[in-house]
Design a protein around this ligand. Structure first.
Ligand code: SF4
Ligand code: SF4
Length: 204
């Protein structure tokens, strides 16, 4: 299927993106705050719904720079922050009986934009003319049953608007992570997960 023109998609609620064993649902700090507030969670409950996935082998700076959401320094080392998964690989918030997301209104941007990803194409001579392009993600092409030839062509303008918000959110998130990781390296910040959640909660 063509990956640049006339993207086709219609979510058929197959649940593959919520149940794939190898898919981690990454969260920005604003995703975490939205879920925390939406579900009225306290600090411990917020930590409980998150997974802090420590890398087996610490990634290089080059690898980190290529990541959409970079890892944070924690007491156990560099960790990727995402929603917790259950032992069968399903997202913590996937309702297996009803076969749907139990936090739909508060779900992370990753879920809102799946199976798409966005790229800011910067026009160096005229930055105002920079454009956002939309693509299928690799995982989307691999297992999203909503991408198929008979699905309707997406409203690209609408998706690009979503993409703008997501890119803005990711930019803010990645600035915060950079500052957090720098503060930890300089021994100015305690790298505990608890302190991370406290810090982002205090940003509100
Ligand atoms: S938060 Fe909801 S939409 Fe996102 S992976 Fe979990 S169950 Fe699926
Ligand atoms: S994998 Fe695709 S079709 Fe299935 S629930 Fe996720 S977005 Fe919808």
């Amino acid at each position: 299927m063509n990956n640049t023109n006339d993207l086709r998609f219609h979510c058929i609620r197959c649940g593959s993106c919520c149940t794939d064993l190898d898919t981690l649902v990454n969260t920005t700090y604003s995703d975490i705050i939205r879920i925390k507030n939406g579900l009225n969670l306290n600090l411990d409950e917020t930590i409980e719904i998150l997974g802090f996935y420590v890398f087996d082998k610490e990634p290089t700076t080059k690898e980190i720079n290529r990541m959409v959401v970079p890892p944070i320094e924690t007491e156990r080392g560099l960790a990727f922050v995402g929603l917790k998964k259950r032992s069968n690989g399903r997202c913590y918030f996937y309702d297996e009986t009803k076969k749907k997301c139990s936090i739909y209104d508060f779900r992370p941007n990753f879920c809102r934009t799946f199976p798409f990803t966005f790229k800011l194409l910067i026009d160096k001579e005229s930055p105002k003319k920079s454009e956002i392009e939309i693509f299928y993600t690799e995982k989307g092409l691999k297992y999203c049953h909503g991408i198929e030839e008979n699905a309707p062509i997406i409203d690209k303008d609408n998706w690009i608007q979503i993409g703008q918000k997501v890119i803005q959110d990711l930019t803010q998130n990645n600035v915060l992570i950079k500052e957090w990781n720098k503060g930890v390296k300089e021994n100015k910040i305690s790298p505990s997960v608890r302190n991370f959640i406290l810090t982002i909660s205090n940003l509100e």
